[in-house]
Structures are given as C-alpha cells and as structure tokens.
Unconditional design. Structure first.
Lengths: 760, 362
C-alpha cells in the first residue's frame, strides 16, 4: 500500500518522527520475521458476503499447539511468525458451520486465505462459543463496550427497527437529559467532548432532537465501539468518550430491502450487489412522521422534525483490498420551549450533519500489515432563534485525512498512524456569550500515534501508547496512554489511563435546558481542554450464561468553559473557565438463558466543577455539581419469547439532576455614579442560591414494553409487527423547569405504539 | 406542560388494594399494580427557596440637592411584580450626628410591567460630614437599613478655554471615591440634503448624547483630583458611536458629519463605601446579590455624595479643531464623482427597523 507520510504543518519534528517510524515499522519488523510463514485473509458470511467480526481463526499443528486469534471489524485475520509445516486451519463462529482446511506452509510463505462461512450449527463446547462473543451488556473492557445490531434490537423502542441511542440509554455510564434534546453525557463529560464517528467520519451532533433516535438505525450498524473513557491513542481530539460506529457493507449476493412505519417515523433501507461478490450498496432513509401520526393521539406537544439518510458503496477490489465510500446526512428541527412559555418565546433549534468519506483497506501480500486510509469531510450547521430568522448560527466543519496501520508480530500487534485535519469553526451568537469573540476560525490539526499491543504471558496484554498532536499555533502536546487487560479463565481484569486534549470547544448555555444550541469555538486557552482518565475493571463469568462486571473510573478535567450564573434574567451570559473531577463505578449483570435474556446495571457517578471567577471580586461558589451530574442510574432489561412473540421489557431509573434554586426576585439598579433612581428604570433580578446546583430535581424512571412478531410469507416477504407501550405507568418525568416562573415541562406521557416492517 | 400548582398530588391517586388470596401470582400482580400507580405520580418540585430578607434598596444622599430619593424593592417570590400595588413599607432617615429623624414620602412610579417603581423621597439637604441611617420598615416590623457618612464639602473648577480643545478640571476636597466621572458630548449628525446616487435613503438628523468615561484618566493629588478633558481624542469615540448607530458613514470626512451642541462634565464625590469590588462597575458582577452592598438585612446599596456637574458650549473654532463639522460635505449629485461621497449614508438600522430606530434614538 502507498505509505503517505505526514505533511504535518507544526514542525519538522513530527514529520521526522513519522518517517522514521514508517521505515522501522514496515522494514524492520518484516525482515526479522522473513523466514517464518504468514497467513492472512478476510472472513465473510457466505449468505450475504458481509464481513464477520470475532471469528476464531486458529492454526492447529496437529501436535496440540494452536496459534491464531479473532477477526477484527473488517473480518480480517493475520497469523504471523508461523513455523513452516503442515497445519489445519479452522474458523469457528456462533451460528456458522466450522470452516476447516489443511495447509502446508513453506518457509517465508505469505498465504492469503479468504474464508466464507456458511450458516449452520457449531460443534463446539459451550464455553468456547461464549468466549467468542464480542458484545454484551456486561462485557466491558477498560471502558470499551461493543454493541452490535442484535443488541440494539432488544431494547423497546417506538419503532420496529432499533436505534443505537436506545441502547446507549441503557448503559450506566450514559446520561440523557430526557426523551428530547439529543444531548448525551458520558461519565461526567459534555456532549461536545464525545467523539462520534461513523465509518471513520466525524459526526458532530448525531443524536436526533427526539431522544429515541440518532443517525444510527440498527439496519446500518454492524457494530459500535463505545469507549466511556480510557480510549486509545487512535482517537485524538476529544476528552470524554468515543462512539465509533462501523456500518455494514451491504449484501453482495442478493437484493434486500425493507420499509417500516410507526407513529414516529417512516423508514426504508435497501442493499444489494452492484457487482455480485464485488461491489455492494447499502442505503437507509428515515423521516419523522410525528405531525401526521403521533401528535394526533399523544397528549403532549411534539414540535419536532428530523430525518437521516445514509448511503454506502463497498467494493472488494482484490482479494486483499477493500474500498468504501459512505455518506450521511441528518436534519433536526424543533423547539424545546413549552407552548405556553411565559416569555412567549418561539425560538427553535435546528441542525444538519453532513458527512462523506472514503475508506481504503489493504492487507499487502509482502507484509504482515493491515493498512487503512481514511479521507472524509464532515460539517455541522446549527441555528437557533425564531423560525426563518435565526439569531444564532454556528458551523463546524473539518476535512480529515488519516492513515492507520497495524503490524502483526507474533501474538502482539503494533498500531500506528497519523492524521491531518483542517477544522473550521464559525459562529454568530447574538451576544449569547458576552465575552466571546466570534470569527471564522480555520486551522490545521495534525498528529501521529504509536500504540503497540503486547502479549506478555499468562493472558496479560498491555497496550501502551502515545500520540503527538499539533493544533494551529498551539504547542505540540504529548498524550501518553495505557490500556491493560488480563484474561485468566473466567476472570478478567482491565484498566486504562491516559491524558487527553481537545482544542475545539463546544459551548452551550446550560442555564437553560430548553436551549441546546451549541456554538463551536477555538478553546480560549492555548493548551486546550485537558483530561486525565483512570479506569480499573473486573469481569467474571461464574457460569457460561452469566457475566458480571465492575468498573471504576476517575476523570480529572481542566480548562473547561461554562456559562456564568448571573442575577440578570437575561438570555446571554459570559463564559468562565472551570475545572472538575468525575468519579464513579458501573456494576453490570448479564444473564443469557435459553428462556430469556436480561441484564441489570447500576451506575454511580459524582461530578464536581469549580470555576475560576471572571473577576477577582466575584463570589467563588466553590465546588458544585454541573446540571448533568446524575448520581445514580439503574437499567434493567428482560427479553424473552412467549408463544412466538418476542417480548422485551425495559425499566430505567435515574436519580434527580441538580439545579439552582431561587431565593427571590427584586430589582437591580447599577449605582455607578449620579443615578436618579426616580427616573432610572432598573432591571428585574433573580436572587439565586449563592452556590449553584444545590437542589435536586425529582428522579426519572420509566417502564417500556414492546411485543414483536415476524411472519414469513410464501413470496419471500417477511413482515414484522410490533406493539408497545412507552412510559407504561405514565410517569410524569420532568424535562425542564423554568426557575423564573416555576413552569415545568414534562417528558412524554404514556404512549402506545404500533409499527410494521416489511422486508425481503 | 402545567404549572406546579395545577398538578394533582400523588396522594390523590388511589392504590389498588391487594385481595387476600393465596395465589402468589395475584399478589405479585397486585404489588406491581400498586407500584405502577404510585410510580406514575408526579414528584412536585419547587424551585423557590425563599429568603428572610425583606427589601432591596437603591439610592444615595446627595449633598448637592434639596430632595433625596431612594427606590425600594420588596424581595418577592414572583419574577413579575404586580406593579399597580403600593408598597406598605415605611422609610425613615436619621441624622446620627444631630439625632433628627424624618419619615420619607412614598410615591409609586410607573415604568412597565416588568419593573416596579416604589420611590420614597424626602425634602432635605444632606449635611456634609454627617452620618445618616436609612431604615425601611415593613408592617411586621422587619427593618432593612444602611448607614453612610456624607463626604465633606468640595470645590471644583473647569477651565473652559476659548482656543484649546483641552479643558483642565480640578476637584478639591477630602473625597474618598470619585465615581460616575463622565464627559457627555451632546452631538447631532448633519445629513446631506441629497444623497448620491439619487434615491438612497438618508439618515435623519438625530441628537445622540455620547458619554465618555474619564474614570481611568483622573488622577488623585494631594488636595483632591484632577483631569484633562480632551475633545480631539473624544471626538473619535463620539464618531464611532454615531457610526455604530448608522448615523454616519464609515469613511471619515464623508457625509453626513457631526456637530457639537454642548459638553457636560459630571461626577459624584462619593463616600468611602462607594467602592465596588475590583474597582469596576461591572453590572454582571455587581448584580450578584451581596457582591456590592452596605445594606443590613437586605440587598442593594445606599450611598452618599455630592454630585457635581458643569455644562458649556465650546466655541465654533474649538469644535472644528476637535473634528466636529457643521456642514455636510457631500451635497448630493456632483458633476464630478467625489470618492468620499461614494459610500452613501444608508441608515442600516433604520432601513430594517424604522420604527425601532426612531424610538431608540430620538
């Protein structure tokens, strides 16, 4: 593959390092293993040509020695350093017949063996099969939880098709502000501190305004890697978390399509071969239908519109090369302000995500290397204000070029790469933040990383890494990180630690839950926002059908920026610098019985902020809880099949979020000289508690139920029907509380839903 | 969405009583039903914490006037006050030096529906160097109070020169704080009679007083304070204010121009308590209750001082020398294009919001 060494703009140092490492990584490692054989390839499903992740590919030398590993997200495997001789190649995966082949490997041989696996039973013992699972509600490794489409489908939703955000809402690390707003907080971090990607493309605001939906319907999702923290050096530029979504490639053997309808959305998806076994296409479209259907029978305003479109073309160019082009577009519009707003505001929020990107994947024959080249363009347009005449607008866009490489060395691998981004921000804030200068800001963001995963012995893997990044004129920053895991039978230990930096700042006025407009700016401080993560987890499988995990975390965050609390009941504020810590733990239990599937998890989190007062004369409130600090979260899900119906029940509980109480209202006159108080009007004033966020809103809890059944018709059509009830016991969960008027806005009441999906 | 008061209380919902049955399933079902009914109840939330403090007061004793004023705000539990209701508090002042106590007269001033104007006044002249106590007393006997000392008498002099754009000012006396130090230029724009090209909207002639803050210019001396009013320097700021209000065009020298009607110097020789934290009158900061207050059992600020001011009209030559010009340079269509007139005086605000423009600026 072509090795494109970085043209990093920050300085020759970074460029020199990249070149030196390229040479070492490609030449040095390869030469040292020249006399041994290597086997590699891609594993796909025979039925549709889709890549299979997590397939165990093992070489058996017939003397009891096994070598191998699991395929990655692209279905790729590579076994290097094989002593020449005769072997049996075996590939096993849940739900597929075991693939067996006999090989004779010559010295220096570099064999490419792509594997197609056909559906069928697996003759393996149960423990081995369970060990292959890549995802699971309790399967968390150093902050990482992988989610697959079938996991998403288990969560009750107002649609026949699932959505990734529904699954996110069941995770103990994730706090959603409610069933609207599209704001996702992960372990104390702000939404703008999360990195969300789809096929390597940045998506800056992927969650729809109605909280049941995101840009990731389950039809297109192959898997999503969700790092609640402690993520590796491959992910640079965010300080809280990573949601890395990989989409399916599309059926390369047959045309497949579906259409669905529910009171909330209408959706369709299409996939099929453009060139059989070579090129496939995958498309998905979803449009909200709230105004036509749901709003007709729900006793609550639903002033939301949204849609999302996704398309992907994937090609297997050669036996060891893949190319794909993906494109995503989402649109949201709505207002979170209640209809009888005291101030008669009619402000609406709207945003549009646009992303397009290409991915080139190659496993060159001569090298024990898997290479990936990503090129993408992402843009987010946001606006806020009266419909048709927005007063605040913001744009964030970036062009991203990245190279990610994996060198395979024995049981270990070396991951490395570099990237070049050109982020641009632009904002018109109408004075929202009085002390922020808005201008078009275009800069360069370059970086490189090295992250080997080394297998030591006795199941111990360590993944030390470091990255360097240069953002605009800021100094080069180094970010050392470490991920460790130990697998000892049924016991698993994992941990992660690292330093993270972010130079693009997303700011929202958190004083007002109904205003989710986010402006993107360059961080006011040169060194950017910084976070330190420390995670430690333990996971155990006391029985093949049971898994329990416990993970603790600590985050130290610096150079945050939040809106200032002032006594003016104004719609503008000033940004003030803050720092904080977040600590807590997640406890998860997952049960997988033949009769049912279920999990229950509990998350505890405690986040505290401190501000650096804008003026020395300001009252320092000390440590306080930010408005997204939910201390306790409990999620339980039970899925079973009763009389041929798939029944899924989910209950979620979240303790109350903090808010600032009001002591009273009076008036304020600025006494800055000869002030004629008989003539000067003055301003209404709110007397808040001196320390913000001391009070706690009511707890949130909700029960959702869905019942689903699929029917196959003789013509090959598959019809899936679903009925359900969201918020079964009609809990009046609070969404927002206007501190000035005591007006409350509640989340959705009990909602009966019904949907149908027809596909082939 | 409902207001809190309109929500039914949880206790109003009835629970399903479980029957005395031995069937555990029915028991479980009953318990679940109770749970569901109870869980569905709404938890009320009251964002109003309340406070024991009764009043907020704003005002000052002015040793330079014969009538004193103070505004009183009751600390309420609603953002929007009922502005048509008189305040039943009583206000007293006591000269602690002489012991004289007087009750102030109440008057309600109508501003708008968002702000209330409970004004108290008393016709007396505050004596220099006397200490006063102001009390606001509620019908229940709660008292909000403040004590201040009126500064000693001062003298000031503005040297109004007829051939210079600079005017020295001296303020003599024991003055703890000098606040509100401003020089106000009562200027008006001079629009052309015609604009080029023909049909271009022309800005109205608008009088827009522009105050220049001299707080950072004044210097303390052994016997008081002194400063220098610099018309030429201030002209740049005045013109910028007019430009931001779309009353003059961008290019200096193009039409319309500014003319000066008069200058006014004003300041307040204030007592020692009139010293905001950080030395800045930052409304974002000072609006935080308690940040800048000398009031007991309440919020606000009640100061004392002597207001001083002097106004004059500079000579024509001085005004011209400072940069003001009473003639519009661009008089409409010219047979020869004048570059400085190519940028027509479009009233950008007025063009979009003609009504608002006139309300704001007239």
């Amino acid at each position: 593959m072509p090795l494109v060494c970085s043209t990093v703009g920050k300085g020759k140092t970074l460029l020199g390092w990249s070149i030196a490492f390229c040479l070492w990584a490609v030449m040095g490692v390869s030469v040292s293993w020249a006399q041994n054989a290597t086997i590699r390839g891609f594993v796909i499903a025979e039925e549709d040509g889709e890549s299979l992740q997590g397939v165990n590919v093992v070489l058996d030398d017939l003397r009891g020695n096994l070598e191998g590993g699991a395929t990655d997200g692209d279905g790729f495997y590579l076994i290097p350093g094989i002593t020449p001789g005769q072997y049996v190649l075996r590939a096993t995966f849940i739900g597929f017949a075991t693939y067996v082949d006999t090989l004779t490997l010559e010295p220096g041989a570099r064999l490419l063996r792509n594997i197609e696996m056909s559906s069928g039973s697996v003759e393996m013992d149960e423990i081995a099969v369970e060990a292959e699972r890549e995802s699971g509600a309790a399967r968390v490794t150093a902050g990482l939880q992988s989610v697959q489409a079938q996991d998403i489908e288990l969560v009750p939703a107002p649609d026949v098709s699932g959505d990734l955000v529904s699954y996110l809402s069941t995770m103990p690390s994730v706090v959603l502000m409610g069933d609207r707003g599209g704001q996702v907080f992960i372990r104390g971090g702000e939404p703008t501190q999360n990195m969300t990607m789809i096929d390597g493309m940045d998506v800056f605001q992927p969650f729809h305004v109605l909280g049941f939906y995101s840009a990731f319907p389950s039809e297109i999702v192959s898997r999503a890697d969700i790092y609640a923290g402690g993520f590796g050096n491959k992910y640079i530029g965010r300080i809280s978390s990573v949601i890395d979504v990989y989409t399916r490639n599309g059926n390369k053997r047959a045309l497949s399509a579906s259409a669905s309808m529910s009171p909330f959305t209408s959706a369709a998806h299409l996939e099929g071969p453009l060139l059989r076994d070579r090129i496939s296409i995958l498309g998905s479209a979803r449009v909200s239908t709230l105004d036509q259907f749901a709003s007709q029978y729900i006793d609550a305003p639903l002033p939301f519109k949204f849609n999302d479109f996704f398309g992907k073309i994937h090609a297997r160019v050669g036996r060891s090369t893949q190319v794909s082009v993906s494109a995503l577009s989402t649109y949201d519009r709505g207002t979170l302000i209640s209809e009888d707003d005291f101030f008669q505001r009619s402000d609406a929020i709207a945003w549009r995500n646009t992303a397009i990107g290409g991915r080139y994947l190659v496993a060159p024959a001569a090298l024990s290397v898997l290479g990936e080249v990503l090129v993408s363009y992402s843009r987010l347009d946001s606006e806020f204000g009266p419909p048709g005449d927005p007063t605040r607008t913001a744009v964030l866009e970036t062009v991203n070029t990245a190279v990610n490489m994996t060198n395979y060395v024995g049981n270990s691998e070396v991951n490395w790469g570099f990237f070049l981004k050109a982020p641009t921000t632009e904002a018109e804030l109408d004075g929202l933040f009085q002390n922020v200068q808005t201008k078009r800001f275009l800069t360069s963001h370059t970086g490189a990383y090295l992250e080997p995963e080394i297998y030591l012995r006795n199941g111990l893997y360590i993944r030390p890494g470091f990255s360097v990044q240069a953002f605009g004129t800021a100094d080069i920053s180094f970010e050392p990180r470490l991920r460790v895991r130990w697998e000892g039978g049924i016991h698993h230990l994992s941990g992660a630690a690292g330093i993270y930096r972010q130079h693009i700042l997303g700011v929202s006025d958190r004083r007002d839950a109904t205003n989710i407009f986010t402006a993107w700016l360059e961080t006011p401080v040169h060194e950017g926002m910084r976070a330190v993560h420390v995670l430690l987890g333990y996971r155990v499988e006391p029985a093949p059908w049971m898994e329990v995990s416990l993970e603790g975390f600590f985050k130290d965050m610096d150079n945050l920026f939040i809106g200032e609390w002032t006594a003016f009941p104004s719609f503008t504020t000033r940004l003030q610098q803050a720092f904080g810590q977040s600590a807590g733990f997640d406890l998860r239990l997952e049960l997988r019985r033949p009769a049912f599937y279920g999990f229950i998890n509990y998350g505890y989190s405690n986040t505290l902020y401190e501000v650096i007062p804008i003026s020395e004369a300001s009252i320092d409130p000390g440590k306080f809880r930010p408005p997204h600090d939910r201390h306790h979260q409990l999620n339980a899900l039970l899925a079973t099949n009763l009389y041929g119906f798939d029944v899924s029940v989910r209950w979620q509980f979240g303790s109350g979020l903090p808010y600032t109480r009001v002591e009273g209202f009076d008036g304020f006159i600025l006494m800055d000289g000869v002030v004629n108080v008989d003539e000067v009007r003055g301003f209404p004033r709110v007397i808040y508690e001196s320390i913000p966020y001391q009070a706690v809103l009511p707890a949130y809890h909700r029960l959702d139920i869905s019942v689903e059944r699929s029917f196959s018709s003789p013509g090959g059509l598959e019809v899936t029907t679903q009925v359900g009830l969201l918020n079964v016991y009609d809990r009046t969960n609070l969404f927002s509380l206007d501190l000035l008027t005591a007006q409350r806005s509640d989340q959705l009441p009990v909602i009966p839903v019904a949907g149908v999906k027809i596909g082939f | 969405m409902d207001s809190l008061l309109q929500r039914p209380a949880c206790t109003e919902k009835s629970a399903i009583s479980t029957s005395h049955t031995h069937n555990r399933w029915w028991l479980l079902f009953g318990l679940f039903s109770v749970f569901v009914l109870l869980a569905g109840c709404e938890d009320s939330v009251d964002p109003f914490k309340g406070t024991e403090l009764p009043y907020t007061i704003w005002g000052f004793l002015n040793a330079g006037t014969d009538t004193q004023f103070v505004r009183v705000f009751p600390i309420r539990d609603e953002l929007i006050p009922d502005v048509n209701v008189d305040l039943d508090a009583r206000v007293y002042s006591t000269d602690l030096t002489t012991g004289e106590r007087r009750e102030w007269i109440y008057e309600r001033v109508d501003f708008d529906t968002l702000i209330e104007g409970h004004l108290y006044w008393s016709a007396f002249r505050a004596e220099h160097s006397h200490r006063y106590r102001l009390e606001v007393m509620s019908p229940e006997g709660e008292v909000t109070s403040s004590e201040i000392t009126v500064p000693s008498e001062i003298e000031f002099h503005v040297d109004i020169r007829e051939n210079s754009t600079k005017f020295p000012v001296r303020i003599i006396g024991d003055i703890p704080n000098l606040v509100g130090l401003r020089v106000t230029y009562n200027a008006v724009n001079v629009p052309p009679q015609l604009a080029w090209p023909v049909g271009t909207p022309i800005a109205d002639a608008v009088a827009l007083p522009v105050s220049i803050d001299y707080r950072n210019v004044v210097e303390q001396t052994d016997d008081g304070w002194e400063m220098l009013i610099d018309m030429r320097r201030d002209y740049t700021a005045v013109r910028e204010v007019f430009r931001l209000n779309c009353l003059v065009t961008d290019e200096l020298g193009s039409a319309p121009d500014l003319w000066l009607r008069g200058i006014e110097f004003a300041a307040l020789a204030a007592d020692s308590s009139w010293d905001p934290p950080g030395g800045e009158f930052d409304p974002n900061l000072l609006s935080v209750p308690g940040t800048f207050s000398n009031v007991t059992n309440g919020y606000g600020f009640f100061g004392a001082g002597q207001a001083i001011s002097q106004g004059w009209t500079p000579t024509v030559n001085v005004s011209l020398d400072a940069g003001f010009n009473f003639e519009a340079q661009c008089q409409g269509i010219s047979p020869v294009p004048i570059p400085s007139c190519m940028d027509p005086p479009v009233p950008c605000v007025g063009e979009r919001l003609p009504g608002l423009w006139r309300i704001w600026l007239r």
